[in-house]
Write a protein that binds this ligand. Sequence first.
Ligand code: PDD
Length: 281
Amino acid sequence: MRFAYVNGRFLPHGEASIHVEDRGFQFADAVYEVWSVREGKLMDADGHFDRLERSLGELRIPTPRSRAALEHIIGELLRRNRIRNGLVYLQISRGQARRDHAFPKQAVQPTIVLTCKRLDHAAAEARAERGIAVVTVPDQRWARCDIKTVNLLPNVLAKQAAHEAGAVEAWQVDRDGRITEGSSTNAWIVTKAGKLVTRQADHGILHGITRARIFKCAQDVGLEIEERGFTPQEAYEAREAFLTSATSFVTPVVSIDNHSIANGEPGLLTLSLREAYLGEA
Ligand code: PDD
């Protein structure tokens, strides 16, 4: 049986629910985090907890449980679901209140929901060996993409557009014609001159935890990273391209808008960064 956690209780997944006037449901007034679980261990645990606290702080949602308490709940959820390889999803909304746009006048308890699911890391590995296709779409999101909110409609539409085009991910392009990030991943290229390039982490993208770890892996081997936006044209002409996220780690991109990247095979630097990331994780 699958279990979910809602506001202090472990419930059968099919019976777990929240109130119709939960502000996460009504207004997307909620934040979330996703951790990969590998051999029973949370990957990059601290990075994701730090970002969760930052997201809550930016939206002035009180932190409802300590990090230690959340870690305990996550451990118990994984145990009950018998998951050693998969992902954990955590969502915290501002809570339940009569529908009104402004924050509730009287303090309400934030809503906490946790679920987990099994993932087939072997299938992801096979995909990484082949590489994936991405397409570009306009970035239609709001001005605070650094906060990990459940306000994901533009991301949903972008991912759907990618799937309908036979691709795995959509890279979003801002008004200046530069790629910001994927719908649920950060975007990277390796230029012909061998420079690693990814968009600067300001309010325009999510500050990926995996992205930050790749900075560290690159530093360890003396590789410099240029933090700047790059155009689709620059990406088509890149030597390598890849994306990063908690659940896809480092995944080679071999086609962008139907342009083959280099010889259409995963890049060597990309594969070595994937190995370095997974080796240290
Ligand atoms: N997505 N950019 C966006 C828009 C994301 O939603 C994510 C994460 C990332 C990568 O961040 P990280 O390396 O911290 O996972 C970048 C998660 C996995 C999701 O929505 O399921």
